[in-house]
Ligand binder design. Structure first.
Ligand SMILES: [Zn+2]
Length: 264
């Protein structure tokens, strides 16, 4: 059995400031250490459930945040970026049996984390069919189109609630809650214990996980800068609906993800 784990940073236990998200910053190293531990916990949970191949993608910024030594032999690592519409799940294909998200965060438009954003900090929100869209949703739908079910997510509490709205069968672990600029976290050790247990249960439960792919998918982006909406409007099929807003309707998730890759 082959599983894919995408690991971001802003939804890890303890990560709170934008400074801590930058490789090279003083605050980054402790967060990167926790990134490794939570990735390891999810990998061990998947292996407990019978996974024989575990691909782990470092899906934050440089894609080279955490040290890959000490993982079980079943693991493979995807570092840096594959430069294609799969983005934070680059390298995924139909051969995978389950997708897990670790360290994921509230989207732009949510107040669930001081680090709420969607793909970058240049937009006020991304919507799919009129609803606020998260990085989780973009990638879960992309994987669903390949027939790979999303089974697990850890991150902030507001994101976990958002995930449950799309598929209550997805196991979630809320490692922290955002309040204003603050976060209230559980302990890093407790987070890893819960992630390992729930990742195992999630992989075992994979046949019950189904996220519905809408028949037509309309993406709306509200940029923070009006000139970015103007630039995006030159991508074939993109319609500028306001000074800061564009819309694109695709026939597949992959089409929408490709558009997103060029305009956001
Ligand atoms: Zn990130």
């Amino acid at each position: 059995m082959k599983v894919y784990i995408s690991v971001d940073l802003e939804g890890l236990t303890g990560s709170t400031s934008w400074e801590s998200t930058n490789l090279g910053d003083q605050e980054h190293s402790a967060v990167a250490e926790q990134m490794k531990k939570e990735a390891m916990a999810a990998a061990l949970g998947a292996i407990d459930a019978g996974a024989t191949e575990v691909y782990i993608k470092d899906a934050h910024d440089s894609g080279r945040n955490f040290d890959i030594t000490g993982f079980p032999k079943e693991c493979r690592f995807i570092r840096d970026w594959t430069i294609d519409p799969a983005s934070m799940i680059g390298g995924i294909d139909e051969s995978f049996d389950a997708l897990l998200f670790v360290g994921y965060h509230s989207p732009a438009g949510f107040d669930g984390s001081p680090l709420s954003h969607t793909m970058n900090r240049g937009n006020n929100y991304v919507k799919f069919n009129g609803q606020i869209c998260s990085e989780f949703l973009i990638h879960a739908l992309y994987a669903a189109e390949l027939g790979v079910p999303t089974v697990f997510l850890s991150g902030d509490k507001a994101l976990c609630s958002h995930v449950q709205e799309y598929d209550p069968q997805i196991r979630t672990v809320a490692v922290k809650e955002g309040i204003g600029c603050a976060t209230v976290s559980i302990t890093p050790e407790e987070a890893c214990t819960q992630i390992r247990e729930q990742a195992k249960e999630a992989v075992l439960n994979r046949d019950n996980c189904h996220i519905t792919i809408p028949e037509t998918l309309t993406m709306e982006i509200n940029f923070k800068e009006h000139y970015k909406a103007r630039r995006a409007s030159f991508y074939p099929g993109v319609i500028k609906t306001g000074p800061y807003t564009v819309e694109y309707t695709g026939k597949s998730v992959k089409e929408v993800a490709a558009c997103r890759m060029f305009i956001l």
